[in-house]
Design a protein around this ligand. Sequence first.
Ligand code: 4AD
Ligand code: MG
Length: 478
Amino acid sequence: MIKREKIKDLLDTTVFNKEVTVMGWVRTFRNNQFIALNDGSCMGNIQIVVDFTNTPEELLKRITTGAALAVKGTIVESLGKGQKVDIKASSIEILGDSNAEQYPLQPKKHSLEFLREIAHLRFRTNTFNAVFKVRHALAFAIHQFYNERGFVYMHTPVVTASDAEGAGEMFKVTTLDFDNTPRTEDGKVDFSADFFGRATNLTVSGQLEGELAATAFGQIYTFGPTFRAENSNTTRHLAEFWMIEPEVAFADLEDNMQLAEDMMKYIINYALVNCKEEIAFLNDRLLDEEKQKPQQERSELTLIEKLNFCLANDFERLTYTEAIQILKHSKPNQKKQFKYLIDEWGADLQSEHERYLVEKHFKKPVILTDYPKDIKSFYMRMNEDGKTVAAMDVLFPGIGEMIGGSQREERLDKLTKRMEEMDIPQDELWWYLDTRRFGSVPHAGFGLGFERLVLFVTGMTNIRDVIAFPRFPKNADF
Ligand code: 4AD
Ligand code: MG
């Protein structure tokens, strides 16, 4: 076993003159004397003081930005400002060279756009160290939240024959050899011969399988990758994203809203308590970014204030119909950047409408409920009015739709009628309909887009910066 100390544990140590070994990557090397070494355990670097008069020239040349080193030395009080300790090196071993001319991560501030092009190396920056530590903590907090409440974590399949949303935005999974595959008359690949004789796709949601499990265990959640074959090039959409989908039996829309609000507050609080250093760093990063903007476009709250505000206030709850009234009476933004007005009951809300409601009108998270049935999925429970369904979307400032969910239609006749109206083939979902045939109960659930959560908590603005290897149109190399 290689024995090493983590830099995180050394930066605050009060034990001096102790011999230690650290391993990490060079961030900078100044005056042939001071190495800033980072091992990923924290954003901070430890300073290695090199006795360059007694170090061979050959070795000094190989200490370049990006090189991996093993350093043995003693902990001494730092002479520099901003750090408590240094390591006075007694031996330096090069574990991996890094050609200084070719290494893309030079010791300077890089733009996020540039770093996106080198996503395979961007973890080595402080920003991405902080973002992915927060992402880790949020994932952990979600499991802890559901575990504490007695939910069962279900792994739903990635490859499936069903379209859970009925929206047709699926990636096909094929075992076909395109060169030797049967073709239809017009020369197109015959996909009916897919997946060893069965047409399949990558899952868009684990919800339908989740409902099967919830109507046995009572309360479950999924947490896994989901896929949407939509050609969206926005800062809020990915082709592959992670979703958390709780599903609860004997629950209605009211319970669903409460669960969503409790969960959001629990995990945001967890991140604030457990990622203090990372969130403070991201807070300062955002302040710097805001300074570049004209005064009137700057955010009123800092990242930390925004997160605390979200914890301290109830989410606003209102129906779609009430939201339309507010939008109808809203005035378009002076600069005409946003057209807030919406005249038509029944139209889907555009992101500018959602942003108006959360950022300008209520200035806090909003839960919108009871949407018109025609803009929502087939499985949502029909309300008494016959026009709206027991849907809910949770909207967040700066994000828009964070969560989408509903109470489910548990009445077999109503569900099959709706499927007929919406052209959803019942024979393909016979197993789903069985939950309504055998011991059907009121139940509800929702899906939280994990990357949108990470965006909100880190204050990052592009979804491609909060998932390690983003998948979006034409981007799948690494
Ligand atoms: O609203 P959606 O499509 O709902 C469902 O898939 C339901 N089956 C969930 C359920 O009730 N169990 O997606 C849920 C959430 C959205 O609110 C959004 O946060 C996120 O998933 N999402 C995306 N995130 C990133 N990229 C995309 N292309 C996304 N599409 C949805
Ligand atoms: Mg949705």
